[in-house]
Design a binder for this molecule. Structure first.
Ligand SMILES: Nc1ncnc2c1ncn2[C@@H]1O[C@H](COP(=O)(O)OP(=O)(O)OP(=O)(O)O)[C@@H](O)[C@H]1O
Ligand SMILES: [Mg+2]
Length: 435
């Protein structure tokens, strides 16, 4: 058993679970973990095209790892992905998932074992949210009560309140909510493998950030094998345990960790794709959970005005964070706001515009902090509930430490190289002398 989990999903249990075929890879927590995917000489020739769209691609995706395929438009990312669940039939080559060669397996049966999420969410408009999510579990013959529980569990998992969203139709959801349901549907039948083709391409940047954070959190819990397609390199850095940078005909220009690609791009094509500001992009590799999340004095909208007033005027803080009835950050209240409040807080304070989750990157957090006059951002949990606060000082310190660590690594690496050269340099004359 040579498989291990990807660097971001390292877990002593993952390695053991990966030895199992997909159908049996249950780790005891009730959820099926990822399976290895092997593409061997995979090629697609579309009828009438002189050149193959995908040409002889060989790659191994480890169980439990998130691999991002990134590359310019038309380079064959979607074609490669769709050959894995045989929405597109390969012209030649083999596909293995877990221990099974699935190249000639009944494609309908195969697709029930593979979650698939796409840009427009692909929800059926005439079905409710619950019916959309229940689709595959029903098809594979789960009992009614098991399907019902699973729908609730999935909605909860992707951060949608089942009571609120269960019976809604897709057209009554925001783009981000539709994408969440799309992910819930892809995960519903508990497949070991999840294929995602620019699933967050159609939503606004802030929602996209949140959805990416959600996916990272989900993957921490689920350890699926995820193949994710994007043409956004920043998204690739944020999500990938490893990134495959593809050029035309899906040729692999580099297949490595985000750190390695950023600090050591294989060639000019990859450097061009990485773009400028590689140092700043490193911010995308550190998560809010890795820095200190501080406590902040809070009140809730249901607290009596007088107690809020007392807390602000007599306490050590000149600012409070007011939470709504669901414990979500609502308003920043300063001492001065109260003196102008005159019996009601309706117009007092500053609404919380942006929050980050623990899985957000320091890049997201920095952006939120920089756009907020107070120089801090509230950190929230799965349902948007308040957890704490990260401020400018904490971010600055963390970034400085990170860059310092990078410099140290580079310095040591240079010395290692120099020493190796030194050793070789010292040996060569000796062996020359002995000859
Ligand atoms: N059904 C088809 N028939 C013929 N050619 C196709 C077909 N689908 C895709 N192609 C061609 O195959 C190549 C790869 O297409 P593919 O959709 O895989 O690219 P992509 O990397 O996903 O691009 P994008 O980032 O724009 O989604 C393109 O040149 C495209 O024109
Ligand atoms: Mg595509």
């Amino acid at each position: 058993m040579s498989e291990t989990a990807g660097p971001n999903t390292a877990d002593p249990n993952t390695a053991a679970a990966t030895a199992e075929p997909p159908a049996a890879a249950d780790d005891g927590s009730g959820s099926t973990r990822g399976a290895t995917i092997q593409l061997d000489g995979l090629t697609k020739r579309y009828p009438g095209s002189p050149n193959p769209a995908v040409d002889n691609v060989t790659m191994e995706i480890k169980a439990g790892e998130t691999v991002v395929l990134v590359g310019p438009s038309g380079c064959g990312k979607s074609t490669t992905l769709k050959m894995i669940n045989r929405l597109i039939e390969p012209s030649s080559g083999r596909i293995r998932i877990g221990d099974e060669d699935v190249t000639d397996m009944d494609p309908v049966k195969l697709r029930r074992q593979i979650g698939y999420a796409i840009q427009s969410s692909g929800l059926f408009p005439h079905m409710t949210v619950a019916e959309n999510i229940a689709l595959v579990p029903k098809m594979v013959g789960w009992s009614k009560s098991k399907v019902k529980d699973r729908v609730e569990e999935m909605l909860d998992l992707v951060g949608l309140d089942p009571r609120e969203f269960h019976d809604r139709y897709p057209r009554r959801l925001s783009g981000g909510q539709q994408q969440r349901v799309g992910v819930a549907r892809a995960l519903a039948a508990d497949p070991p493998v999840l294929l995602m083709d620019e699933p967050f391409g159609a939503v606004d940047p802030i929602t996209r950030d949140h959805l990416q954070d959600e996916l990272i959190r989900l993957q921490h819990e689920l350890h699926k094998t995820i193949v994710f397609v994007t043409h956004d390199f920043d998204e690739a850095i944020k999500l990938g345990d490893r990134i495959a940078v593809l050029r035309e005909r899906s040729q692999i220009a580099q297949f490595d960790t985000p750190e390695a690609i950023l600090t050591n791009p294989a060639d000019d094509f990859v450097s061009g794709f990485v773009g400028a500001g590689a140092a700043l992009k490193r911010l995308n590799l550190t998560r809010v959970r890795e820095v200190e999340i501080a406590e902040f004095p809070t009140v809730t909208v249901e607290d009596p005005l007088q107690s809020i007033f007392n807390k602000l005027s007599s306490g050590p803080h000149n600012e409070l964070l007011m939470l709504d009835r669901k414990n979500r950050p609502y308003k920043w209240l300063r001492r001065g706001d109260l003196s102008r409040a005159k019996g009601s807080l309706a117009n007092a304070g500053q609404l919380v515009h942006d929050t980050v989750t623990r899985d957000a990157t320091l890049h997201d957090a920095l952006e939120a902090v920089l756009t907020d006059s107070g120089g801090r951002v509230a950190v929230t949990g799965r349902r948007g509930e308040y957890i704490g606060v990260v401020d400018m000082q904490t971010l600055m310190t963390s970034v400085q430490e990170m860059l310092e660590a990078d410099r140290l690594t580079a310095f040591e690496h240079q010395h290692e190289l120099a020493e190796r050269h030194g050793v070789r340099g010292g040996q060569e004359p000796r062996s020359g002398a002995g000859a």
